[in-house]
Ligand binder design. Structure first.
Ligand code: SF4
Length: 219
C-alpha cells in the first residue's frame, strides 16, 4: 500500500504493520533477542539541517539492535567517522546510542525503516515505506541536499519527490540537481561488503562528502 499521503514528519509506530514479511522477521527477532530495539528505526538529527543522509535499511545487529541509524555494526564506522572528520557531527562514535555524539547540520534516515532478512528489502517494501521518506523530506524546511547511500536510497528519494527513477541514473560521485533545486548526491553504500571489496574506500567516501559540503557552503 502507498503511504504517499502521510503528513510531514509522520513516523511509523514501533509495531508498524504495513510490511508482513518484515513484521514476521521483527517478531522472530523480538522472540530471540527481547532486549533489542526490534522495530522501525527512527531517523536521527536536526530537522532544520540542510543535509539528509539516506541509507538503505537497518542491519539486524546494528540499528535494529541499538535503535539508532548506522549504530552497532560496521557500516556506521565509515559514515560517522567521515561526518566527525568534516565537522558534521560532534563527539565520539562508540557504536552505542548513549555515546553522546551529536549531528550538526545533518539528519540520517533509511529508505526502509525495518530490518529486512539478508539486508534485502523487496520492491514492495521499499514502496510501502516510501511514504515515510516523503514525510521525512517534507519535515526538513531547510533541506538542500540528500546524500543517497546506494541505488535503493537514490531511487527512494526520487520516488518520494514524485520523479521517475529513469530520469536520473545512480552513479557514485554524481550530484543531480532535481527540478526543485534539491541536490541528490550519490555514493556507494558504506557497507562492510563494499568497503572490504574496495568498491568504496574511505578516500572515495570522504571525497563525496567533502565535495557535497563544499557545494552546500558555497551555494
Ligand atoms: S518497513 Fe516501513 S512501512 Fe514497512 S513495516 Fe517497517 S516502518 Fe512500516
Amino acid at each position: 500500500m502507498s503511504q504517499a499521503a502521510l503528513p510531514a514528519g509522520a513516523a511509523p509506530g514501533h509495531d508498524c504493520p504495513l510490511c508482513p514479511r518484515l513484521v514476521a522477521y521483527r517478531a522472530a527477532n523480538r522472540a530471540a533477542n527481547p532486549g533489542w530495539h526490534n522495530g522501525p528505526v527512527p531517523s536521527w538529527g536536526p530537522h532544520d539541517a540542510p543535509l539528509l543522509v539516506l541509507g538503505l535499511a537497518p542491519g539486524v545487529r546494528g540499528a535494529n539492535r541499538t535503535g539508532r541509524p548506522f549504530t552497532g555494526d560496521y557500516a556506521g564506522r565509515l559514515l560517522y567517522g567521515t561526518l566527525l572528520k568534516f565537522g558534521v557531527a560532534r563527539g565520539e562514535f562508540l557504536e552505542d546510542p548513549t555515546d553522546g555524539m551529536e549531528l550538526l547540520g545533518c539528519r540520517i534516515a533509511n529508505a526502509v525503516r525495518c530490518v529486512p532478512p539478508e539486508n534485502l528489502p523487496t520492491p514492495a517494501e521499499i514502496r510501502t515505506c516510501n511514504g515515510f521518506v516523503q514525510a521525512e523530506v517534507a519535515a526538513m524546511p531547510r533541506l538542500r541536499a540528500v546524500l543517497a547511500l546506494g541505488v535503493v536510497a537514490h531511487g527512494a528519494l526520487l520516488r518520494a519527490k514524485g520523479i521517475p527513477a529513469s530520469r536520473y541514473a545512480f552513479a557514485h560521485g554524481a550530484v543531480h540537481t532535481l527540478p526543485d533545486g534539491l541536490w541528490l548526491a550519490d555514493s556507494y553504500h558504506v557497507s562492510r561488503y563494499n568497503t572490504s571489496t574496495k568498491r568504496l574506500t574511505a578516500e572515495m567516501f570522504e571525497g563525496v562528502v567533502q565535495a557535497l559540503l563544499a557545494r552546500l557552503a558555497s551555494g
